[in-house]
Ligand binder design. Sequence first.
Ligand SMILES: [Zn+2]
Length: 124
Amino acid sequence: MIAALLFSSKRFIMSELPPCPKCDSPYSYEDGSQLVCPECAHEWQLGGEDEEQGLVVHDSNGNLLQDGDTVTVIKDLKVKGSSLVVKVGTKAKNIRLVEGDHDIDCKIPGVGAMKLKSQFVKKQ
Ligand SMILES: [Zn+2]
């Protein structure tokens, strides 16, 4: 009896998930943020559920920026609290998006870690 109950509740959870897009198996299950098909081993993402990556940051051209992108500075930027200037054309590799007024966290060669405003950069 207990086994039967467990089985039926499991089936209920499974029926909430979409079937495998590859082989149409209804037995797909969630594995972290993705779905896995036990029959053909296909793995895929459930569409439109990227809520953990809630930050939407665009560069000066309106392109969507992502963590790990390389951007180029489009105007000379003074570094707060120093006499350093980040020159136009400076590249920042492997950026990280953060919340706030300055929404890009990055390392600039010769300057170090700093924050940039996305409106002053463009994506490589
Ligand atoms: Zn499958």
